[in-house]
Write a new protein. Structure first.
Length: 93
């Protein structure tokens, strides 16, 4: 398992953490601990970011199945197969 934890406050307000009342803080992609104003998200494998908003990119979806995807859905690079180009391998050469 991978642990991606981000604390939104640097003071001691997270001492004695308890589960948040809503998983919405972590986009339903992780476990939320703390309160509405001071919390941290422990993201599930494949998710990252302050609120687990980033997910690993998918080659079939993000590169149109014509290349290999590196990065996240918001910061990705497609390594296109021979004969294709473009940010998402959408151009046939």
């Amino acid at each position: 398992h991978e642990l991606n934890a981000t604390v939104t406050h640097s003071d001691n307000s997270l001492d004695g953490l308890k589960p948040c009342t809503s998983e919405a803080h972590c986009n339903n992609r992780g476990t939320c601990l703390g309160t509405a104003s001071a919390y941290l998200c422990i993201c599930n494998l494949g998710s990252s970011g302050k609120n687990c908003q980033e997910t690993t990119c998918d080659s079939a979806r993000d590169c149109n199945g014509r290349g290999f995807c590196l990065g996240t859905t918001t910061d990705l690079t497609c390594l296109c197969n021979l004969g294709f180009s473009g940010k998402h391998c959408e151009i046939k050469n």
